[in-house]
Design a binder for this molecule. Structure first.
Ligand code: MF3
Ligand code: CO
Length: 287
């Protein structure tokens, strides 16, 4: 791109007054052998505006679930809460029909790691822990976040797993800033999980998001400090580690092709924030 051309970022400014120095800095990191983000995943101000609007509805859907989840309800009822609220507010649930997924939300209970399918026969009972993973499309922009819920009185064993998972995500978030690397987030999460005797799921991770549901990069939570993609302002991705009380291994339900369970039947928890890398840190778009 020439110095006097309009910048690729859509700001309307000349390249030399906008992202030229930024591109030169990224090129230096690339020359040093680092993985650097392609322009297409660096969101323009207009795209960020659209993504923020989608993320606001996503958070509202999660708040709606938070207000209504209770012992005795089925996960199918959670699906109905999510579908109805999303559609009434002008959104589309992103999971619905995504690669054949049959429902509007993922509901993953106890030993389920992720991608649990809502079902009228799965009834929440006292002592359950459940992840509700909500993803929303508004005007073509995607957002994604998940929360853990503790149904009634849960065991200290389950409560501790949820607490540590929350701490892991916050520690990861603290590393989400420009010129850090995805591995810095991963290392903060993995270290805290291991210090607490837990393990982080290896082959399932987070992802870039915004213009599509799943964009590059794949976000691992087990990679070393300083490794993986360089973080720069305008990137949008998820921080969503799956933390197991036992080993990291899992298997996928053979009948439905989706639900992921812990291999050793131990409990698993997951919390997901969607973030935007800003000039001086990260903005949580939805959580
Ligand atoms: N929110 C999940 C994720 O983080 C969605 C999985 S795809 C689905 O990627 F079809 F299961 F919803
Ligand atoms: Co996600």
């Amino acid at each position: 791109m020439q110095r006097n051309e309009l910048c690729w970022c859509g700001s309307g400014k000349k390249y030399k007054k906008c992202h030229m120095a930024f591109d030169e800095k990224i090129a230096m990191h690339a020359d040093a052998g680092e993985i650097v983000p392609p322009h297409k995943i660096i969101k323009t101000p207009k795209q960020i505006e659209g993504i923020r609007k989608s993320a606001r509805l996503n958070t509202a859907v999660l708040d709606h679930v938070t207000a209504h989840i209770h012992a005795g309800m089925s996960t199918e009822e959670i699906d109905q809460l999510v579908y109805n609220f999303t559609v009434e507010h002008g959104g589309i649930p992103a999971p619905l029909h995504y690669q054949g997924f049959p429902k509007s939300v993922c509901t993953s209970l106890n030993n389920e790691v992720c991608h649990g399918i809502p079902d009228e026969n799965i009834i929440l009972i006292d002592g359950d822990i459940i992840n509700v993973d909500v993803s929303t499309i508004v005007d073509g922009y995607f957002s994604d976040a998940s929360r853990m819920f503790q149904i009634g009185e849960v065991s200290e064993r389950a409560a501790r797993l949820v607490r540590v998972t929350q701490e892991c995500v916050e520690l990861g978030l603290a590393q989400a800033k420009p010129w850090n690397h995805l591995g810095d987030i991963a290392d903060a999460i993995n270290t805290h999980a291991q210090e607490n005797g837990y393990s982080v799921v290896i082959d399932i991770g987070g992802h870039g998001i915004g213009l599509e549901f799943h964009e590059t990069p794949f976000v691992s939570y087990v990679t070393p400090k300083g490794s993986e993609m360089l973080l720069v302002p305008g990137m949008t991705f998820t921080i969503e580690p799956m933390i197991n009380e036992g080993g990291p291994d899992f298997y996928v339900d053979e009948d439905n092709g989706w639900t992921v369970y812990t291999e050793d039947d131990g409990l698993s928890a997951q919390i997901e924030y969607m973030v935007l890398i800003t000039e001086d840190g990260a903005e949580v778009l939805t959580k």
